[in-house]
Design a protein around this ligand. Sequence first.
Ligand code: ADP
Length: 505
Amino acid sequence: MTALQTGDRLVSVEPDVIDWLKMPRPMIIDGEQVGSDRSLDVEDPATGRRIGSVALAGPELVQRAVAAARATFDDGGWRWMSSAARSRLILAAASLIDRHTEELAQLDALDGGVPIEYGRASIAEAVLTLEYAAGITARITGQTVAPANHRGDLFQAQVIREPLGVVAQIVPWNLPFGMAVEKVALGLATANTMVLKPAEQTPLSALRLGELLLEAGIPPGVVNVVSGFGAETGDALVRDPRVNKVSFTGSTVTGKAIVVAASANLTPVSLELGGKSPFIVLGDADLDEAASAAAENIFTLSGQACTAPSRMFVQHQAHDEFVERLSAAAGRVVVGSPLDPRTTAGPLVSEVQRRRVARYVDGALEDGATLACGGAPGEGAGYYYAPTVLTDTTPRMTINREEVFGPVVTVTPFDTVDEVIALANDTSYGLAAGVWTNDLAASQRLVRELQAGSVWVNTYNLFDPALPFGGYKQSGWGRETGMAAVELYTQTKTVAAATTERTSP
Ligand code: ADP
């Protein structure tokens, strides 16, 4: 496979973006742009070229950012602000981000290899997420409770929800701006303060987010952004005793390390981790639709998506035709420059990631898998890898057990619904699942039996800010979207106030 050379149609990078990249990008701490004596180069994965650099936060700068978030929370101005005022600020941020869509999509294209059209759509989703969050501010409510063992006229008992305080938010590189906004939006809605750490591979759009939030009027110190490596910057953040919660999106291995680090202070952690999501096609399904949805969802972002449907199961009678159609659809994927609007799959984020993907595919072939299509890196510059379909794999093979995070899928035949339930659930992950059928009873059965935080029927990757998203099993802890997120971002206070002069029960 050769990465397309599509220079004629590339969108031109905006002058503002070019200017912005000229200086090492500082962090955002307490409303100020803060530099560092250490910096981190930022590379364009489509060319392998350095496109800029960002300040790198060692433990001292992380501590400074946490101190700013702590002081801003403790000061009270933000946490006691009326919900209407907070909502207006979040809406102002949403509309400012909307106006900067092109610039932000270009940053994610240059920094993370996100195809420009996909990036634009992800910025639009981020705007919707902020708008939804603005609506939540006025809906964080408590309860009055009638005591069970006490006379009801003696106490007024209330359960109220309060923000946690300082939230550390650590995000991965696969959809940099969207991931950052998903975390920040709920933190803002629930009146917490935050320290956001983007991935070392893709720090740019999160730093720009920090700038835009300030410009929109979010008070200094509410959202602080620090860039750096996981083992240093991320670890210092997780271990800081002034942090009240850690919210992490990334790999399961790193999630486990974060849980261990956070346990020193018993800091609560929510985790949105990896997946090995099954995509199940019953014999009666519309194969055209199923195969094109399959291709779209495993190959966009070059498979670098936590919900990537990387294990496909197709009922026997449809298996061969499905593999043919999926391979044909893989051939139609436009692999090329993220700045070309025709591109549907960009490069992998780094050479390290591309080697990892190649190792998984080579390993599967050594284990006896058959290559239906793909299986090779792109030629020339950039970290491209061809959309790859593998057959003749078994559930025990590494390719079916570990998350590849690349444009690679296995297709396995099955006979009965019982059999596919067992196959689909035979994984330590449980993030998502897809079901393709018009058989109502079979789909209902699959919906109930599949061990996954999201199950999509005759559709896939349907996200909405109002819908809870998160994983079963080793795919995560907690639900960070929808009203379910309010529970993760607030704590419960029980108040029992005597209504008479009698103060003891
Ligand atoms: P990948 O392995 O695919 O690079 P990770 O899950 O390791 O993805 O990274 C996701 C995020 O977690 C990144 O922001 C990364 O810097 C951060 N990170 C990695 N290791 C740690 C760690 N030990 N403590 C805190 N954050 C970490």
